[in-house]
Design a protein around this ligand. Structure first.
Ligand code: ZN
Ligand code: ZN
Length: 248
């Protein structure tokens, strides 16, 4: 539907870049050329597990990042994460515009960007559901909207993957960040999410979606929850990733 509407509208109105208001010359893109140049896209090779960029290694060396190597509990085999760009520059501006400005045109442009890069990581038709990271109801009430859903909705439509916003709920308000040991932190994370509609998850291949990957702890907790509810596979896609090393 979006594609049809866009084609129809672009016949009459040139599309403007939602970040800088310049005309978008390439109609397939969501942002103008100048803004896209400021997106620091993460290229292969990346960590096979968490998607962290592995600079200086060749793709054939395919391996794990220092964070994943030093983990006491490796990520589950059925779970992989991929992030599209570093959380810096224009990507950061765009994400903040969605998060704090609720700017739907920016969300639509980011969904075009995310769709184009999705195919670098995942085969088409590989997922049964797209699940955006849910907010706790208290936070949702305070913020009035979930910025992750604002991004996930047009993305799911562009990818042709059914969006599922209520199969999983967040039952803990905040994830404890300061637990002293890795073991304690992981124990605390258990139970942060709950699957409300098990039949929608059981046996399904799930793509979890978030705007920014920071420590990976939230996504990991959600992945564990989905896998224990019987998901056949869970992968996570995030638009951006904090540039610092991940040691979570
Ligand atoms: Zn622009
Ligand atoms: Zn890694």
């Amino acid at each position: 539907m979006y594609a049809f509407l866009e084609e129809f509208l672009s016949t009459f109105f040139p599309r403007l870049c939602p970040l800088c208001r310049k005309v978008i010359l390439d109609e397939r893109e969501g942002f103008c050329v100048d803004c896209l140049e400021g997106f620091q896209v993460i290229r292969e090779p990346v960590c096979s597990s968490c998607g962290y960029p592995l600079e200086g290694k060749t793709e054939s060396e395919g391996s794990f990042c220092p964070g994943c190597i030093s983990r006491n509990t490796p990520l589950p085999d059925l779970y992989t994460v991929r992030s599209i760009a570093l959380y810096a520059g224009n990507v950061r501006h765009a994400i903040l515009a969605v998060k704090y400005g609720r700017q739907a045109p920016v969300a639509h442009s980011l969904s075009i960007f995310a769709r184009d890069h999705f195919t670098r990581f995942f085969p088409p038709g590989g997922f049964d559901r797209l699940v955006p990271v849910p907010l706790h109801p208290k936070r949702l009430r305070a913020r009035e909207f979930n910025q992750c859903v604002l991004l996930a909705r047009p993305l799911a439509s562009r990818l042709g993957i059914p969006l599922d916003v209520d199969a999983v709920e967040r039952v803990r308000h905040t994830l404890p960040q300061s637990a002293s040991t890795e073991k304690a932190r992981r124990k605390n994370l258990k139970g942060a999410f709950r699957v409300r509609k098990v039949p929608r998850i059981e046996g399904q291949s799930i793509l979890v979606f978030d705007d920014v990957y920071t420590t990976g702890a939230t996504l990991e907790a959600l992945a564990h929850c989905l896998l224990s509810a019987g998901a056949s596979r869970v992968a996570a896609l995030t638009v951006a990733r904090s540039p610092g090393p991940d040691i979570s």
